[in-house]
Design a protein around this ligand. Structure first.
Ligand code: ADP
Ligand code: MG
Length: 698
């Protein structure tokens, strides 16, 4: 049967086409004004939109609506209300008003607020974000919303993202006006997130408490085979996985998500999906939806989708590459080098703005990807190090060097560098993307930020990216707007920026130990763990930055910091508790039973013939007994660390540090003993599916 993808695509989305078709002309027009210029939505317009949305949703089989928002939990939240309304004669009709569309009042008291919301004021507000389309999911009309407290403080990830997009749009517009681009009215950022994930069999998953509670394995001896043969990356896709991917594509397409690329990744059972990029705000919403759909579709195939950054020790974990650029409403990608001298100069200015931004706010980029899960990947030779640096490729770097030193560029096509007058050598896109170890790589016409963990919302990273680039562009615009001779000022500014910030550029091997030393010499930040990184969120320069661009207030920043630190501690607490339970209730009893069976074998054998050799049994009994004692002692250390945690949590930061230094270290020690026990225990006694089962039995 031939697929009608164009008909399928966006069939569950109340998108522009549907709006144009179903809304009265004037209503459609004023809604567009709201979307494009951020004008307030008139209630009569809202009523009309709501009515059309409801009729459309009912036709699609929906019975409920929900305000769909992104609280600080990192996942999305929804509270469903049905459309039904009673009539005076005892019947029901389906109703949906403009007021219900625009605003909701969910009880906010159970969402993380970092101390923002006093418990006596539990009310929170959700408000429709008309720049993101409503869609239907599981029989409910979902209305993308922002979420704030009664006092107006933001409690979600969408509001600051929208604010950061406004900030960078405004400053970018100032800059391109200087180049005489008067036709441009708006600049937005664009994002294409590549999403990695693992799939495991649901029946096996159910048997592992660690996967069940923590999303990652806390124990597991290496399987005989891992990823050493490199035979999974881009390998042929197994039928069961192919069926999953096919349905995933269809479900995403229905939701208007441009799922484009799918392939197997480096680790066994690891895969990737990449959509075609879109406006950041939409891309972030859609990535949240994608993660949810990935899990739901897996369920229907008897699989479980693991989005954790490090489900298995010893093979690669999962990340999310955030491809990012700036685009005008006239369709020009501002990070595209272009072909004319004039486009080149503008490109160079935007490029240097990003260089300056990344150098000055390395800490914020690191913070935007911090979390207990991602700490297992960053710097572990499978993902970029915790040090933020930029890869530009040899050619672009040589061009910048030439500008810096005022010498001619001696590249393949020799061109005298005089910005704004001469053409940059055209460099091919391919030469810029050979380095996979860089956290922040220029890939021809966009930057690829590669430090994100697979489970993270892409909101944080893009809030930071947008805002830091807004700040660099603001400084540039301030300087250039006041210049007497634009060309001279531009030349000087680009040269000075390169000189001041070139330390952030590194084209070498980011995984090498030598880079750690070199980065230290260059004075780059290297925050290895989440508790190292997070406190810098509220450093003076960062408070100033977010306040200046109206992205966060100071109170909101402190609240966010608190939530992130608490989240780290809570994650480790759950992991520690799960580990202790697994060892106490399952692993030690299983090993004791196996040891006892070995002992009775010895007794039985010796009863037959006292001198019978029992080397296998006795050696194993000895080693397993030693390991049992070791594991038991380490379990004690872990349990004591967990028990003492509350007393050590005077602040969110001391709590996070305590968990890292006491609980996490105790877990690592315990794991060593248990993993060896697994290698020695007979399969029928071991209480859990092994790494081999989980990664290869699909
Ligand atoms: P890779 O080699 O990393 O797989 P691709 O060319 O396949 O690179 O692109 C990866 C992602 O980058 C895709 O999601 C793509 O849509 C996105 N992308 C391409 N151009 C842009 C852009 N201008 N802005 C944001 N994302 C982009
Ligand atoms: Mg990529």
């Amino acid at each position: 049967m031939a697929y009608k993808v164009p008909e399928l695509f966006g069939s569950l989305v109340f998108n522009d086409e549907v709006m144009r078709e179903r809304l009265p002309k004037d209503v459609y027009k004023s809604l567009h004004k709201t979307i494009e210029a951020g004008k307030d939505l008139d209630i009569t317009v809202a009523n009309s939109v709501a009515a059309a949305m409801k009729d459309w949703a009912l036709e699609k089989g929906a019975t409920h609506y929900t305000h769909w928002f992104q609280p600080m939990t990192g996942i999305t939240a929804e509270k469903h209300d049905s459309f039904i309304a009673p009539t005076s004669d005892g019947r029901v009709i389906m109703e949906f008003s403009g007021k219900e569309l625009i605003k909701g009042e969910p009880d906010a008291s159970s969402f993380p607020s970092g101390g923002l919301r006093a418990t006596f004021e539990a009310r929170g507000y959700t408000a429709w974000d008309p720049t993101s389309y409503a869609f239907i999911k599981d029989g409910s009309l979902c209305i993308p919303c922002v979420f704030c407290s009664y006092g107006g403080e933001i409690l979600d990830k969408k509001t600051p993202l929208l604010r950061s997009m406004e900030a960078v749009g405004e400053q970018a517009l100032r800059v391109i006006k200087l180049f005489g681009n008067d036709g441009v009215r708006r600049v937005v950022t664009t994002v294409g997130p590549e999403q990695e994930y693992f799939l495991v069999d649901r029946k096996l998953w159910e048997q592992r408490k660690d996967l069940f509670f923590c999303g990652r394995t806390l124990f597991g001896a290496r399987a005989p085979k891992g990823q050493e043969m490199d035979d999974h990356y881009f390998g042929a896709i197994k039928p069961r996985i192919a069926a999953y991917m096919k349905e995933l594509d269809e479900e995403l397409w229905k939701l208007g998500i441009l799922s484009k690329t799918k392939h197997n990744e480096a680790a066994p059972a690891q895969h990737e999906m990449a959509p075609i990029f879109t406006t950041t705000n939409l891309a972030v919403d859609q990535n949240q939806l994608t993660m949810e759909v990935m899990k739901n579709v897996a369920h229907r195939h008897g699989l479980v989708c693991l989005l954790h950054e490090k489900p298995f020790q010893g093979v690669n974990g999962s990340g999310k590459h955030n491809n990012w650029s700036l685009c005008t409403d006239t369709g020009v990608n501002l990070l595209d080098p272009g072909k004319t001298p004039y486009e080149n100069a503008q490109f160079l200015l935007f490029l240097t703005a990003v260089i300056k931004a990344v150098d000055e706010y390395q800490d914020l980029l690191r913070i935007s990807v911090a979390g207990a899960g991602n700490d297992h990947r960053l710097g572990a030779h499978e993902a970029p190090p915790a040090i933020v640096s930029m890869f530009l490729g040899d050619e672009l770097t040589a061009i910048l060097d030439a500008i810096d030193s005022g010498t001619d560029y001696n590249g393949a096509k020799r061109v005298k560098m005089d910005i704004g007058v001469h053409v940059l050598p055209t460099f091919s896109k391919d030469t810029t993307d050979r380095n996979r170890t860089s956290p922040f790589a220029f890939t021809g016409n966009k930057f690829e930020f590669r430090m994100l963990g697979s489970s993270l919302s892409t909101a944080e990273s893009n809030i930071v990216l947008n805002t830091i680039v807004a700040e660099a562009l603001r400084e540039f615009a301030d300087e250039l707007e006041g210049a007497e001779n634009f060309g001279d000022a531009l030349n000087a500014l680009i040269r000075r920026t390169i000189r001041e910030h070139k330390r952030i550029i590194f084209n070498g091997d980011g995984y090498a130990d030598a880079w750690q030393e070199e980065a230290a010499r260059r004075g780059l930040c290297n925050y290895r763990t989440t508790p190292d990184a997070l406190p810098h969120f509220v450093d003076g320069k960062n408070l100033d930055l977010f306040k200046r661009h109206h992205v966060f207030t100071e109170t909101e920043m402190y609240s966010r910091l608190e939530i992130l630190l608490e989240n780290y501690a809570k994650t480790l607490n759950i992991e520690g508790m799960t580990m202790a339970e697994m060892v106490r209730k399952d692993i030690l009893p299983a090993v004791a039973e196996f040891t006892a069976s070995l002992a009775s074998t010895v007794t039985a054998k010796r009863a037959v013939m006292p001198a019978l050799a029992c080397t296998y049994e006795t050696v194993l009994i000895e080693r397993l007994s030693a390991l049992t004692d070791m594991a038991y002692a380490r379990l004690g250390v872990l349990e004591a660390a967990l028990a003492a945690a509350p007393a050590n949590m005077t602040t969110a930061l001391t709590g996070a540090i305590y968990y890292r230094d006491n609980v996490l270290t105790a877990m690592q020690q315990l794991r060593i003993a248990v993993d060896e026990m697994e290698t020695l225990t007979a399969a029928e006694y071991w209480p859990y599916p092994t790494y081999g089962d989980l990664m290869f039995r699909i």
